[in-house]
Design a protein around this ligand. Structure first.
Ligand SMILES: Cc1cc2nc3c(=O)[nH]c(=O)nc-3n(C[C@H](O)[C@H](O)[C@H](O)COP(=O)(O)OP(=O)(O)OC[C@H]3O[C@@H](n4cnc5c(N)ncnc54)[C@H](O)[C@@H]3O)c2cc1C
Length: 490
């Protein structure tokens, strides 16, 4: 049975009636029609929506959670990688390299929290020096990324906290730190302000290909007709592929646990070890929110939902980090969290149309670099759509600088979160953004309220009141206790 959007002729409040065999057939709740539907509201899906909003098409994004950035995008090292160590000619390297110039524009246009700290890969043995010289320097050169050897003295001058036994290291100047939440929200908000649509609490549970594209059924049984689908569902990309019987790839979770510390660490750069074949190793990195992150682990898992943190993980991080920064064990842990990398056995990103139906583009297996590579992935996705026959003009009136983001603190405004100096005005602005937070965690990630010493015990009641006043909702969900499922801003 084929339903064509062309035949949708009658719409009432609840149902579409589709003409089929000369009679009308009820097909469910009003069917929304879009040219391109992005599945997944992480940083990658949001960056893709941002790019699509620059084209003359109807683009929408669905996210199964009540907010954006609830998957891997909220739980990572928050670094903008250069791609110095990615395999030459890989799709991953291409996207990372493309992203560098794109990020500069996005960061500048939206005044995103970003610091170009530079990273140092520290060597302690002659063997490690040789690996750096033979492998990483050469790889960086081929990928066009600027790196240079630093002497022990040069490393220690900027990073007195580093182990004095080091013999030197590789300096990767352009590596930086960023706020992954702000980046994700910004992509999506700019897209929405340019006409795209974001639907939260919207899980794709069924996808039926038809002549016009696909009919996507959501968890609440409503349907969306999409000419093309971009599968950006992160770790669940293989689940989405299977909805059209495409079993060409499987994604496995690789857990990375982190420690957040507010202890003072005498380092200016991002400090990393010489990597192993399965992990870039445990880093010690400054965070744009203040404090430092230590980690991550690299644990192959089966359960795609298990983001628990463990005593063993904590110990492994401390052990790894204290080799580079000897005082690591003395740091106070203020929080722990874990994220799940989306690992594809093939190694590289999966960035291609499905072999089962070319109108679905897979953007999957985006393992350890998706935050950094998101703008490049988005550009490449738009090109792929064109390659499979979707031709969309650039919008004349696309406005990349549109923004409804908070406009800085007003010192005269009533203070709500004393620890982080967040005012009533900041909270109200956040609640009125084009994609508003649906929970206290959402407010936290957008404003930094509840992140200070008291972890919200003083300001939560006031924030709940403000949410009620501004969103007409009562009984907002409060995630209590020490929630290790939350990223470092929680
Ligand atoms: C430990 C660790 C450290 C990392 N460090 C870095 C780093 O420093 N720099 C860097 O660049 N990258 C880093 N990464 C990688 C980066 O975080 C990811 O590549 C990136 O966040 C992936 O984004 P995404 O949008 O593809 O996935 P996600 O953020 O997981 O988004 C996918 C979204 O799809 C939604 N979804 C799933 N199924 C459905 C469905 N059926 N219907 C609707 N929605 C659905 C999910 O709810 C989720 O929100 C790290 C990752 C980890 C785990």
């Amino acid at each position: 049975m084929k339903y064509s959007s062309y035949y949708i002729t009658k719409v009432n409040y609840k149902y579409n009636f589709v003409k089929y065999n000369k009679s009308y057939k009820k097909v469910g709740l009003c069917m929304k029609q879009v040219d391109v539907l992005v599945i997944g509201g992480g940083v990658v899906g949001s960056a893709i929506l941002h790019k699509l909003s620059s084209l003359n098409i109807k683009a929408a994004l669905i996210e199964k959670e009540p907010d954006l950035c609830e998957g891997t995008s909220k739980a990572n090292s928050a670094l903008l990688h250069t791609g110095f160590d990615e395999p030459v000619d890989s799709i991953e390297a291409e996207c990372l390299i493309r992203s560098q110039a794109l990020w500069l524009n996005i960061i500048e246009n939206h005044n995103l929290s970003y610091e170009e700290r530079g990273a140092v890969m520290v060597a302690f043995t002659e063997e490690e020096r040789k690996v750096i010289e033979d492998k990483y320097m050469e790889n960086a050169r081929l990928n066009g990324v600027m790196v240079r050897w630093l002497t022990r003295e040069e490393i220690l001058a900027k990073n007195p906290g580093v182990n004095k036994d080091c013999i030197g290291g590789l300096f990767i100047e352009k590596e930086g730190i960023i706020d992954p939440f702000e980046a994700t929200y910004t992509f999506a908000e700019v897209a929405v302000l340019n006409g795209a649509e974001v639907m939260l609490n919207s899980e794709a549970v069924q996808i039926s290909p038809d002549n016009e594209g696909f009919v996507v059924t959501l968890g609440n049984d409503s349907k969306i007709q999409a000419s093309y689908i971009v599968n950006a569902a992160g770790l669940h990309g293989d689940v989405i592929a299977r909805l059209i019987d495409d079993d060409s790839f499987t994604l496995k979770p690789r857990k990375g646990q982190f420690i957040v510390t507010k202890s003072h660490i005498d380092i200016e750069n991002i400090i990393l070890p010489v990597p192993t074949p399965i992990s870039k190793g445990k880093l010690v990195t400054p965070a744009v929110f203040g404090g430092h992150l230590l980690g991550p682990t690299a644990e192959d898992m089966e359960d795609k939902e298990d983001k628990s943190t463990t005593e063993d993980g904590l110990e492994e991080i401390l052990e790894g980090c204290e080799k580079m920064v000897p005082a690591a064990r003395t740091f106070t842990t203020v929080r722990q969290y874990a994220g799940l990398r989306s690992v594809y056995a093939g190694g590289d990103y999966i960035l291609r149309p499905s072999d089962y139906d070319k109108r679905m583009i897979h953007v999957a297996g985006i393992r350890s670099t998706g935050l950094s590579a998101a703008p490049g992935i988005a550009e490449k996705t738009a090109e792929m759509l064109e390659e499979i026959g979707a031709s969309f003009d650039e919008k004349n009136d696309w406005e990349p600088n549109l923004s409804k983001l908070t406009s800085g603190k007003e010192s005269t405004d009533e203070m709500v979160c004393l620890c982080k100096s967040v005012t009533k005005n900041d909270i109200v602005q956040a609640l009125n953004r084009s994609i508003a937070p649906a929970s206290l965690d959402g407010v936290k990630r957008r404003t930094e309220a509840m992140l200070g010493e008291c972890q919200g015990s003083c300001c939560i009641p006031k924030i709940i009141d403000l949410m009620g006043e501004n969103q007409n909702i009562e009984g907002l969900p409060v995630k209590g206790g020490r929630n290790t499922d939350m990223a470092f801003k929680d």
